[in-house]
Write a protein that binds this ligand. Sequence first.
Ligand code: CFN
Ligand code: HCA
Length: 540
Amino acid sequence: MSTKPTNVEEIKKELIAKMPTKVARKRAKSILPGTEMGEPIPEIQSNVRTIPGIITQRGCTYAGCKGVVLGPSRDIVNLTHGPIGCGFYSWLTRRNQTEAGPDGENFIPYSFSTDMTEHDIVFGGEKKLRAAIKEAYDTFHPKAISIFSTCPVGLIGDDIHAVARTMQEELGITIFANSCEGYKGVSQSAGHHIANNQIMKHVIGTDDDTKIEGKFKVNMLGEYNIGGDAFEIERILEKCGFTLVATFSGNSTVQDFRVAHNADLNTVMCHRSLNYVAEMMETKFGIPWIKVNFIGAEASAKSLRRMAAYFEDQELIDRVEAVIAEELVAVNKVVEEIKPRTAGKTAMLFVGGSRAHHYQELFKELDMKILGAGYEFAHRDDYEGRHVLPNIKVDADSRNIEELEILPDPERYKPRKTEAEMARLNEKGVDFKGYEGMIEGMGKNAMVIDDINHYETEKLLEIYKPDIFCAGIKEKFIVQKMGIPLKQLHNYDMGGPYAGFNGAINWYRDIDRMVNTKVWALIKAPWQSTGPELEATYVA
Ligand code: CFN
Ligand code: HCA
């Protein structure tokens, strides 16, 4: 019987042992143990090109721009310029939910594409793009149309920005384009940045006439309403007395973006995908930002407290405390019931650019142990923390991305807090721009892996056999065939919301069911079976 390696360094050696030397050397820089709280945090290699030929979990720049950042807006026609596959595969799979408002406008159920074919690749696709914009306009009369390039568009050189400009003049609505060809960056991350730039340039702050009422006005950045998360966060914020001006971009409208500069605080839920807008809005309008996390009951309570502390209003602070106390009654009741069944169970999470960290909170609330975690495309600050890397250039992946020059807006720049006020509030724990990275606190027995590949995933499952594995659709069925339940942390399978207090309760119940069902014990992993199902011999 083989003995299993017990420490992270040994497991790492085993993970890379069979790789070619150059590949092993590169992968070694992206794999390390977690640290205890307060320990120095090592540098991790991240946001670099995936090794060609390795099966990665990552997606492309178009996915990050169209699928992630702008896709969830409900009244913008998001038009893919490219072959039909790109539009089709980014159509509704992310489960970003919407509710048409009083205007009844909701384009989320549609997938808009120019459906480029060979003819367009050879002769150019601009004519087809103009026709598609006109057709969408005549059919739906949207307030805005956003165009997204796919790989071939960059290769043949269609000028989507020129098309956007002329069609905007012709139709009199907002039309803007995103040069987010799939190959442009090393992952989705470049697409986030491109979308951030374009909404900043074309939409944010373009309406100064509409007045936004409310004493405690906030925006929620990096919240996409997957499985209804934003609806739950909205419920809580409203109950506390905050006025939510705009969510970027779950169930959002173009009008929300236009008036977003009226907020007095930007809260950033997913830092990885929307930090660029947060920084640019601070420079241009003087709105400070704080990192929040509504995944986990404790994390939600902490975020609400920091938001209330920012406004320094005793009535708001008291109300937030009352809401937290009230909501935690139901949360604690469910935790107490479920915890005895989940305590000590083990989990691994490999996903995206923020959830592999955020969801550790929810597992901890069930007393579960994290054996390993990693992001697909995060940057060093997401791993090592902004406190550790205060001056990191947050857009380090942006070699091919136009740098926007953002300056204070002479008419609308209004610093919400002076530097002295911010320093004082920081002492009260508001922590502007502060966020912890994933590595700190995971402990030396946990493994941190950036851009995990399929080979490493299978190896880890074999070595650790966790009680639950969290990833996406590409991994789901392979992992389940190995006898391990897989929770999709991208689209939540059919579940959610998991954010906020009600979301935490949903999560506890779903995880309890998944780690305690007997069905997984009935499946034999390939390495447990007595021998190969098929055997072949070479014939000379
Ligand atoms: S909803 Fe977000 S939370 S936006 Fe980002 S980094 Fe993706 S689509 Mo998939 S689930 Fe994932 Fe995050 Fe931010 Fe989603 S962890 S990979 S690009 N992500
Ligand atoms: C994307 C979107 C994705 C994919 C999820 C998955 C999502 O990156 O293109 O691989 O299961 O959340 O829908 O991250």
